[in-house]
Design a protein around this ligand. Structure first.
Ligand code: VGL
Length: 181
């Protein structure tokens, strides 16, 4: 059983948002297509309290209940079977979707018989990478749609390093063309 994991496609990570990344919005139509091709689709949201140690390192973003925390308006959420909220505590970065606090993602996927996960979303070096690494440690065959992610690139080369780290760890890269035509 395969599952698509859509990581943090929220307004604050898209251009114009508090932590907007270049081309964050361009992956939305691709992800919309991908959601049609999977029988099981889960999404994560960065869902922070107003005050959290996480904001010592980042601009304030994705505060629970604010517009910035909403999914991108063009993201098709209809096929989402479940939304996982993370970073909800005030001492908790919550980079990985597997750290969700409203429901345990690993138990949810295992309960559905999932053995392969396909990851897309925002951002490459942080929540996408953490989610992919946790997926591997939880025993899933882990795939990454490299045309359906976007990096922060705080420093040039950050994206490349994150991709290298994931590939070395065993994440398998593919593009949406394999499933969309
Ligand atoms: C993220 C930076 C800070 C992410 C979250 O969703 O990748 N990046 N918080």
């Amino acid at each position: 059983m395969k599952a698509l994991i859509v990581v943090d496609v929220q307004n604050d990570f898209c251009p114009g948002g508090a932590l907007g990344v270049k081309d964050g919005n361009k992956i939305v139509p691709i992800i919309n297509g991908l959601t049609q091709e999977f029988d099981l689709v889960v999404a994560s949201r960065d869902w922070h309290p107003e005050e959290t140690v996480h904001f010592d390192n980042w601009p304030v973003h994705c505060v629970q209940g604010t517009e910035g925390a909403e999914f991108h308006p063009e993201l098709s959420t209809r096929k989402f079977d479940k939304v996982f909220d993370k970073g909800t505590g005030n001492k908790d970065d919550g980079y990985s979707a597997f750290e969700a606090t409203n429901k345990n993602l690993n138990e949810f996927l295992k309960g559905k018989g999932v053995d392969e996960v396909y990851i897309c979303g925002l951002t490459t070096e942080f929540c996408v990478k953490s989610t992919a690494m946790d997926a591997l440690s939880n025993g899933y065959k882990t795939f990454l749609f490299t045309d359906a992610i976007a990096p922060v690139n705080n420093e040039p080369g950050d994206e490349e390093k994150a991709l290298d780290d994931m590939q070395e760890a065993g994440v398998i890269f593919l593009t949406s063309k394999i499933v969309l035509r």
